[in-house]
Design a protein around this ligand. Structure first.
Ligand SMILES: [Mg+2]
Length: 370
């Protein structure tokens, strides 16, 4: 009886309703870098301001909402921005601070799901399909995450909630700043019908102009075409667009892969054949840099092997590696010597690499004890 019932449920879920409904949340901080600067320096809070380089030719990375009212946008040159808004204050970015805030935000996400796909420091997709918080309501989970972000960092975030990944991203932009937008499964069709195509991720200026030239403006215009028509006119991306407009986005949240190695390499301005010269570049430049970069992993991961890569002037390349628990200059010099000797040709690039052992199991533990 029970078996029959569960089989029926599975049948119902898959056959009658299609694949089980997913719950995606896209979280996007509001004018992130600028918001951090305004938080830390109240004098900037009520004036048009942006983050940018010092030089005349630099471009802005973020502008606050007051500056945006003047037409100031990210990726705009400092020069043009100043023309639009002469009183604009441009401050240099503090990447280290933004990274720290980003880590705080990610720690909040991790309380709700392991399925996190960061897109940048201030933006991520979450899959909360299996999250039990808030009785499993993705809308309430998003609200709670935004409240927690505000409480912990003093910064606002916007969210989009949808059963389809790309729609969650579009939705997070709908009620910005400090807002959220939900697209329920039953609203998907209607939302896509009236969706301006330029809002679909991947549709840039050039594609958008091509679409307009074909009279394609909204989702429903593409929906009405066949897959072949779209493929013929727009190639591979035409297929993707057609699928998106049918509400098909089979992509899940892609979590960060565990890093297996750390490596550094350098390409020479002129090919080098002299072994002692190669060795001194290895010891003076690459090994210190490798040591610096791998230090971040040393506390948690075991070093397993050392490797050297040599690319010759004709772009053929060879690698040589051996087991090692530490960065050892003598071993690396020997590996370099052996690798170079394999061909004897002038060398255009050398690289060194350290292999990292298994990641610690705290990710699994978090899943068990949360
Ligand atoms: Mg943002």
């Amino acid at each position: 009886m029970y078996l029959e019932l569960s089989l029926y449920c599975i049948y119902k879920q898959f056959i009658c309703w299609g694949a089980p409904v997913k719950k995606f949340i896209h979280i996007d901080m509001d004018c992130f870098y600028a918001a951090v600067e305004m938080r830390d320096n109240p004098a900037l809070a009520n004036v048009p301001m942006a983050i940018g380089g010092r030089s005349h030719r630099g471009v802005l990375s973020t502008a606050n909402y007051i500056a945006r009212e003047y037409g100031v946008r990210s990726a705009m040159s400092n020069y043009k921005a100043k023309q639009l808004c002469p009183q604009l204050i441009i401050v240099p970015g503090r990447m280290q601070v933004y990274k720290e805030v980003s880590q705080q935000i990610r720690a909040i996400f991790a309380k709700y799901t392991d399925l996190i796909e960061p897109l940048s420091l201030d933006e991520a997709y979450l899959d909360v399909t299996d999250c039990d918080a808030c009785q499993g309501s993705a809308t309430l989970i998003a609200q709670q995450i935004r409240a927690e972000i505000y409480h912990q960092t003093g910064l606002t975030a916007s969210a989009g909630i949808a059963p389809i990944k790309f729609l969650a991203k579009i939705a997070s932009d709908e009620n910005k700043p400090n807002g959220q937008c939900v697209i329920t499964p039953s609203q998907v069709d209607e939302f896509i019908d009236s969706l301006p195509l330029k809002k679909i991720p991947g549709v840039g200026k050039v594609t958008h102009e091509k679409l307009l030239a074909c009279g394609l403006v909204h989702g429903k215009d593409i929906k009405a075409l066949s897959l072949d028509e779209m493929a013929n006119r727009f190639g591979k991306f035409g297929r993707v667009l057609w699928r998106r407009c049918q509400g098909i986005d089979e992509r899940g949240v892609e979590t960060e892969r565990v890093r297996k190695s750390v490596g550094v390499e350098t390409t020479f301005e002129k090919d080098i054949q002299d072994l002692s010269q190669l060795k001194s570049i290895l010891c003076d430049k690459l090994i210190p840099e490798l040591t610096r970069r791998s230090a971040a992993y040393q506390a948690e991961r075991e070093f397993t092997k050392l490797g050297v890569k040599v690319k010759f002037y004709d772009f053929t390349q060879t690698t040589k590696e051996c087991q090692s628990r530490e960065i050892d200059q003598d071993i690396l010099c020997t590996l370099l010597e052996q690798a170079v000797a394999r061909s004897g040709k002038p060398v255009r690039l050398i690289g060194v690499q350290i292999g990292l052992g298994d990641a610690p199991s705290n990710q699994i533990q978090m899943g068990l004890f949360n």
